[in-house]
Design a protein around this ligand. Structure first.
Ligand code: RB5
Length: 147
């Protein structure tokens, strides 16, 4: 499975650690930046990642800023993106099973590396359950299309 990862400076450290963990787990990772701790604007990196998800370059995205909030707001402005901010492993599973989230957002200044690894394990291994959840997600997609 190919995953994309992106962060601003506030998420850079966690991005680097998670990238190493995921690659060691045998996953292919595309790193959309940022590539240093120099201050940058999180929407720029959110949109590099959303482009990768929308054009199918990667299946899912991992978006990280200081809190995970700014980058999640930016990601969710893009049609076809369902980005979910997450600080626990239960939510990480359910945002796939119920919400069909295609981007998970983490806070580099909030969530420690071991919790973040467990969060990502749960996100990656969980599948959308469809059924009644599809009805709900379809309503969001219809609204997005202006229907
Ligand atoms: C950058 O200092 C910080 O504002 C950003 O990483 C993020 O937390 C925004 O939501």
């Amino acid at each position: 499975m190919k995953l994309g990862i992106a962060s601003d400076h506030g998420g850079f450290q966690l991005k680097e650690e998670l990238k190493e963990y995921l690659e060691e787990s045998g996953l292919e990772i595309i790193d959309y930046g940022t590539y240093s701790e120099e201050s940058v604007d999180y929407p720029d990196y959110a949109f590099k990642l959303t482009d990768g998800v929308i054009n199918g370059e990667v299946k899912y995205g991992i978006a990280i800023c200081g809190t995970g909030v700014g980058i999640s707001i930016a990601c969710n402005k893009v049609k076809g993106i369902r980005a979910a901010h997450c600080t626990d492993s239960y939510t990480a599973r359910v945002i796939r099973e119920h919400n069909d989230a295609n981007i998970i957002c983490l806070g580099g200044r909030i969530t420690g590396i071991e919790i973040a690894k467990d969060i990502l394990d749960n996100f990656i291994k969980s599948e959308f359950e469809a059924g009644r959840h599809k009805t709900r997600v379809d309503k969001i997609i219809s609204r997005e299309k202006g229907e």
